[in-house]
Write a protein that binds this ligand. Structure first.
Ligand code: ZN
Length: 655
């Protein structure tokens, strides 16, 4: 591990708080130190109040901020005297502590300060850094954790046994630190939790962190690494098998979930260890991971048994809390399976991703600890205390209702532009994870969100469709909603001049490709936890065709008929299929300003008149179509299948 300190970068952050921001970001850049909101930092300084009186203030990381991207407002300024006084209390509930810290802030708009604020205040150094470094956890989560730490650091660090983070930990440090600390003390090791370093400057504190963690890494390097190569290739991936598994997890959880599959060598080798049940079922690296990963992964696929064991764990420990507890859902968050490798589960794709990041590190640390004599996690009761922490339970009680499609997965064809793109945006906004297929390679980088997955794919190529569906299921675990939007609209040509090759090409893309995709996704849609939904983007040309568009009109009419038959065939599988018939949607790539002006002139209208040439005299946008598509996937249409709904501003020939 190397220091990332850079003089010219650092010079951009002049004052103490600026320096604090800078080195906090340096810590945040290294996932072997902190991940996803983990770790916290502080600086003590003096700032004037409104009357010009100097006050001693602790700026400590606020909750909701990530060290990697933290800014000045991410640090909560607390009056030092108010915080220090709290440490003199024998006892303090977490709820009272949270309130006392909140009211010690000199900025009413600052975030909730870190639960370790009191500990930061206690340490008599201007800068304090705290991480959950992998190498430190690997040393301490072993049968001889304390001995390893003493061998590496001697007397240079204060060693604190595990206690619950928050006030209990601050109180223990308040008692222990003065007894163990001396002039040469450079840090604190919290067994089964992490490390604190401190210094007179931001750089000193940060570089002590790097130096101490590097010493741990060097010590670990002396122990031979075991080689766990994956034994053979993974078996062929069957999307329906994973979708079935997702249905079981969703049933246990009580809500739909996203599942992300990782079958890289690292994950596979771990999942295939002969002793995986034993080494993986010890517990998380640090208790705070429990919120993301649950205490234990599921090894294998027995979801119901896992949920049963979780209920038993809750029942066994629920009386540890003073107030009655609400049980969290009993579904697993991490799965280890010899064929699938590592699966991570979340209510959203972002949660599944965080779970994966944490578990990849967990695998590393477990393997390192195994080299050092065996991985040992904290006993279940300590993990339970953090999982059912007052502050966490309060967050649950406060949590508002999630967007309607949270945990569900939609696939949109032709998703890179026009109506397809609008459907992607609308479904993402309503909480779904969305897979967009498009022949345009730009689809892959269209949206940078964990819930978006763009796949370049020519829908006319059946093998490419199979690959795209398989990739979609690996990424998100199944399929709940299918939006068949991709289509082509060739230049106008009368039947007498229409070559068969052009007719074939239009039907291939507008019709055949949809049949192929419907048939491929049926095994997934019928396993959707809330029932499958298909929405077909038809056309006004179905009820009201025009001359010069024979292939297009025929393809959309046949597609509409295909949807009606699918509605009949799939109703028993709880899959609804409905069709929208848009008309005159001009905010798509097809309709440039020039084309619009030309067409309007052709009909003797202004562009404005041409755009609103319908019964309601309104402009129909891609977003209008997308909102209808999303509504058809929602509960308002739960009793509707086989329907066709125009979205055209009203058309005299259709009405
Ligand atoms: Zn911590």
């Amino acid at each position: 591990m190397h220091s990332l300190w850079n003089d010219s970068e650092a010079s951009l952050f002049a004052d103490a708080l600026g320096q604090r921001v800078y080195t906090s970001r340096l810590l945040g850049r290294n996932p072997a130190l902190v991940m996803h909101g983990g770790g916290n930092t502080s600086v003590k300084t003096h700032v004037p109040d409104l009357f010009g009186r100097m006050q001693h203030v602790l700026y400590v990381k606020g909750s909701g901020w990530d060290l990697a991207t933290i800014e000045r407002p991410g640090f909560t300024p607390l009056r030092m005297d108010a915080v220090l006084e709290l440490a003199t209390l024998e006892q303090l509930s977490d709820v009272d502590m949270a309130n006392a810290l909140r009211t010690a802030s000199i900025d009413a708009n600052a975030p909730m300060p870190s639960v370790e604020a009191i500990l930061h205040a206690l340490l008599p150094y201007p800068f304090v850094d705290h991480t959950h470094a992998d190498a430190i956890i690997a040393l301490t989560n072993t049968p001889n954790g304390r001995e390893h730490i003493e061998r590496v650091y001697g007397e240079r660090v204060v060693i604190i046994p595990y206690v619950m983070p928050g006030f209990k930990l601050a109180r223990l440090v308040y008692e222990e630190f003065p007894k163990q600390a001396h002039d040469g003390t450079v840090g604190i090791i919290l067994l089964n939790h992490g490390i604190f370093t401190f210094g007179a400057t931001a750089r000193e504190s940060y570089e002590r962190m790097i130096a101490l963690v590097t010493e741990a890494e060097d010590y670990i390097a002396q122990f031979p690494a075991a080689d766990h190569a994956p034994t053979g290739e993974p078996p062929a991936f069957n999307p329906a098998e994973l979708a079935e598994f997702r249905a079981q997890v969703a049933a246990a959880a009580g809500f739909p979930v996203i599942i992300t599959a990782h079958d890289d060598d690292h994950a596979l080798a771990f999942a295939r260890r002969p002793d995986v049940t034993e080494v993986a079922q010890q517990g998380p690296l640090t208790p705070d991971h429990v919120i993301r990963t649950k205490r234990l992964p599921l090894v294998g696929r027995a979801v119901a048994a896992y949920a049963e064991a979780y209920r038993a764990y809750f029942a066994a420990h629920a009386d540890r809390a003073a107030a009655p507890l609400t049980m969290l859902d009993p579904a697993p968050r991490v799965i280890l399976d010899p064929a699938w490798g590592l699966l991570t589960i979340g209510r959203t794709a972002g949660e599944a991703q965080i779970g994966a990041d944490i578990y990849q590190h967990t695998i590393d640390v477990i393997e390192t600890a195994e080299r050092l004599g065996g991985y040992r996690a904290l006993p279940p009761e300590d993990i339970f205390d953090v999982e059912y922490w007052d502050l966490e339970q309060a967050k649950l009680r406060k949590a508002g209702s999630a967007p309607e499609f949270t945990g569900e997965i939609a696939l949109v064809t032709g998703g890179a532009s026009g109506i397809g793109r609008a459907c992607v945006d609308e479904l993402l906004a309503r909480g779904a994870a969305v897979v967009a297929l498009d022949v345009n390679p730009a689809v892959e980088g269209l949206i940078a969100k964990p819930g978006y997955f763009g796949v370049q794919c020519d829908v006319a190529d059946e093998a490419a469709l199979t690959g795209a569906v398989s990739a979609a299921v690996r990424r998100f675990g199944g399929l709940d909603m299918l939006i068949l939007n991709a289509g082509i609209f060739p230049a106008g040509k009368r039947i007498a001049d229409l070559p068969l090759a052009e007719w074939d090409r239009v039907l291939r893309i507008n019709l055949d490709a949809n049949l192929a995709l419907l048939s491929q996704t049926h095994p997934l849609l019928k396993r959707a936890p809330r029932g499958g939904r298909v929405v077909i983007v038809g056309s006004k040309n179905v009820p009201a065709p025009g001359p010069g568009a024979a292939a297009y009109s025929a393809s959309k009419a046949a597609l509409t008929q295909l949807a009606r038959v699918a509605a009949l065939e799939w109703g028993g599988d709880n899959i609804r299929i409905n069709t929208v018939h848009p008309n005159a949607v001009f905010d798509t790539g097809l309709w440039t300003d020039d084309v619009l002006a030309n067409r309007a002139q052709h009909y003797g209208m202004t562009v404005e008149q041409y755009k609103t040439n319908n019964v309601l005299k309104i402009e129909v946008t891609s977003r209008d179509v997308a909102r209808l598509v999303a509504a058809m996937c929602g509960s308002a249409f739960r009793c509707t299948t086989g329907a066709q709904v125009p979205v055209d501003g009203g058309n005299e020939r259709v009405i």
